[in-house]
Design a protein around this ligand. Structure first.
Ligand code: NDP
Length: 338
């Protein structure tokens, strides 16, 4: 089948496209400009006409995806801003929410062959902040960030603005299928991916480490900037997340109309020091990489963790280890001459 992938030039999306192609799918990648599509057509040239680009200049415009959805069997909606630089919350909320409802509306009207839509949400839509230790699952929703943005507007924290954008965009997707599922001719269901911090090798168009996206840059800085490897979080390898996006299309019970079909895609919790330790076999002979205080990650208190059993059971994921990801990341930096 053919899959439309929005935001196809992004860090996660290029891995999603590649993994779809490797599994025999054809892909139509939507990007904001022809220029951004050029790298992709070159990179995926070995797949011949199984890969094509469509330009959708502004995902917030109603009907933006009306043409792009025609003739595809599924959609992977990954396009959404991920940064902590917004002043006006609408800078994040608008593209996140309107981009999601817009592509779903286009699929409803013109996606006559679409069977499933997968939305890339986030643990940002699951988490909340507390000074107690918590282990969250797919029943949790981040109303905290939404409330903060409602109450404080521009004064809300940059993180809350991003997290509210992901929570509201995902809610809007579930509301959309709930509302339209029984219409005559409505032919698709929904599956949602909720990853925490996404790390791992970079295959999208990046000229230098400065240009890395939010999550990959955090890892690069932990490895290369003195003192940056403090604190921690939860993580998943971008290759496992890409495979999850493929399994979400292949496995019937991965989709539905209720928000029971959201999946936390998380390998586990980390302290940044743990990454320096995991990479030691490949970094110990190099001055380029920080070593930190080996073993100190054990002292880190993980306030927030996630259950990943549902993704293992339904999507049949077998998560990579930190050693595997660390090896690939260092090999990637070395290959790029960073
Ligand atoms: P990238 O910044 O690498 O990719 C984001 C993609 O979305 C790009 O194609 C970008 O297009 C597009 N995009 C961003 N803003 C807009 C906009 N206003 N209008 C149209 N397109 C836009 O980020 P990631 O690959 O990291 O993120 C992809 C998805 O994964 C996002 O939905 C993000 O929320 C989610 N996610 C990411 C995590 C992570 O740790 N990386 C964790 C959890 C979820 P362009 O290049 O033209 O700007």
């Amino acid at each position: 089948g053919k899959v439309l992938v929005s935001g196809a030039n992004g860090y996660i999306a290029v891995w999603v496209v590649r993994t779809l192609l490797e599994h025999g799918f054809s892909v139509r990648g939507a990007v904001r400009s022809a220029d951004k599509g050029k790298y992709l057509t070159d990179y995926f040239a070995p797949y011949g006409d199984r890969f094509e680009v469509v330009v959708v200049p502004d995902i917030t415009v109603p009907g933006a995806f009306d043409e792009a959805v025609k003739g595809v069997d599924a959609i992977e909606h990954t396009a959404s801003p991920f940064h902590f630089k917004a002043v006006d919350p609408a800078e994040l909320l608008d593209p996140a929410i309107k981009g999601t409802t817009g592509i779903l509306e286009s699929a409803r009207k013109y996606g006559t062959s679409v069977k499933r839509v997968v939305v890339t949400s986030s643990c940002a839509a699951v988490m909340n902040i507390s000074d107690k230790q918590q282990v969250l699952n797919e029943l949790n929703w981040n109303d905290q960030a939404v409330n903060e943005v409602e109450n404080k507007g521009r004064e809300a924290s940059p993180q809350a603005k991003y997290r509210a954008s992901k929570t509201q965009a995902e809610r809007a997707a579930w509301d959309f299928v709930q509302k339209h599922q029984n219409e005559p001719g409505f032919g698709w269901d929904l599956s949602v991916m909720n990853p925490p911090l996404v790390v791992g090798p970079v295959i999208h168009d990046i000229s230098s480490p400065d240009a890395l996206g939010t999550s990959a840059k955090m890892m690069y800085e932990a490895f290369t900037k003195p003192g940056a490897a403090s604190g921690g979080g939860c993580w998943v390898d971008v290759r496992d997340l890409a495979l999850a996006h493929v399994r979400a299309l292949q496995i019937g019970e991965a989709g539905g109309y209720e928000n029971g079909k959201r999946f936390i895609i998380c390998a586990g919790a980390f302290a940044w020091q743990d990454w320096l330790d995991a990479a030691a076999p490949w970094t110990e002979d190099s001055d380029k990489y920080q070593k930190g205080t080996p073993g100190a990650g054990k002292e880190h208190v993980h306030l927030l963790q996630y259950k990943n059993e549902k993704s293992i059971k339904v999507l049949e994921l077998n998560y990579r280890t930190m050693a595997d990801t660390a090896e690939a990341v260092i090999a990637d930096y070395d290959a790029k001459g960073w």
